[in-house]
Ligand binder design. Structure first.
Ligand code: FES
Ligand SMILES: [Fe+2]
Length: 330
């Protein structure tokens, strides 16, 4: 049986973390094991041996295959058992097979779809700027956060906290009003276009405050893309814009790991400076995020109060409801 969350691709770790040794990771409350085979391809299995239930991640890699630490059953990347050392002439079959997940490397991260049989239907968070060669890409994070993935996405979509949580950075006391936003909903998600805010310090490249046009797009339960276009007044290079996609590993219903994939229209910018800016902004969000109760995002009417300036959050909650997402919500 598979839940809707298993039909999405989820980031699980930085690609460089997966070397030849078995690496345990947790996704959607399930334990998985990853390793890199002799061809450099990342393989992934549920972290449970079909023989006696031992953790496969305690094992070792022999010629690109994972050997269980308990009785040495050995598995190739699709889960096929190739060897039962106690019975050298035995030809292992389906009953000896470990359960595989689908794995891909993208955006410097390893991604897993748990429903390996249905990856053709599985959805990626898409990110138009990722394929734009005139933008420079890099990842900020990961950040460990003691809350649900949906609380993090909702915070990413929320502009009315800027003048409080990011006072002097993305907002300023006295500039709290959020103009009416334009929302377009479709079968696959929603978009917020042309949201205008005044920011004292829009990015690491800004030299002074200015108006910024924000666009948001959501098409994945645990991800959202933001595009920021600051006006020239803020001192950013001409034609500068940036896109940020929030990518989240839902570890348990109320804990997650967060990356921001950034694309900036400037190859001269100092990446360290841009990363430090992102770290600073997220360090302001994190204590508030971890204080929110319940940690699971409440979808039911009347549990939390929504006002007109929460339009994007309300659309996100509606989107999760429509998808019938159950992990990280209540
Ligand atoms: S439990 Fe893995 S080989 Fe026996
Ligand atoms: Fe924030």
């Amino acid at each position: 049986m598979s839940s809707i969350e298993q039909l999405f691709w989820h980031p699980v770790c930085d690609a460089r973390q997966v070397q030849e040794d078995p690496l345990p990771v947790k996704l959607l409350d399930q334990s998985l094991v990853l390793w890199r085979n002799q061809n450099g391809v990342v393989c992934g299995l549920f972290d449970r041996c079909p023989h006696r239930g031992a953790r496969l991640s305690l094992g070792r890699i022999c010629q690109g295959q994972l050997q269980c630490a308990y009785h040495g059953w050995t598995f190739e990347g699709q889960g096929q058992c190739t060897r039962v050392p106690a019975l050298p002439s035995f030809n292992p079959g389906q009953a000896q097979q470990a359960k595989a997940v689908a794995v891909q490397e993208r955006m410097g991260l390893v991604w897993v779809c748990m429903d390996a049989a249905r990856t053709a239907q599985a959805i990626w968070p898409t990110f138009a700027a990722e394929w734009n060669a005139s933008m420079r890409k890099f990842n900020a994070g990961p950040y460990e956060v003691a809350t649900s993935a949906p609380r993090v996405v909702e915070n990413f979509l929320d502009m009315s906290h800027f003048s409080f949580v990011h006072d002097g950075w993305l907002g300023q006391a006295g500039h709290s009003e959020i103009p009416e936003i334009h929302l377009e909903e479709s079968d696959t998600g929603f978009k917020v276009t042309n949201a205008q805010v005044w920011q004292p310090n829009t990015s690491a490249l800004a030299t002074q405050g200015g108006m910024v046009t924000y666009t948001y797009e959501v098409m994945h339960p645990y991800s959202a893309v933001l595009t920021k276009i600051p006006d020239a007044q803020s001192g950013v290079p001409p034609g500068y814009e940036e896109s940020i996609i929030v990518l989240i590993l839902p570890i348990s219903p109320d804990s997650c790991r967060v990356w921001f994939r950034m694309a900036v229209a400037d190859f001269d910018a100092d990446v360290e400076e841009l990363l430090a800016f992102q770290d600073k902004i997220f360090s302001q969000d994190k204590p508030v995020l971890e204080s929110q109760l319940p940690r699971l995002l409440p979808l039911g009417a009347g549990v939390e109060s929504n006002v007109a300036s929460d339009k994007a959050s309300v659309a996100y909650r509606r989107f999760l409801q429509k998808l019938a997402v159950t992990f990280g919500v209540c």
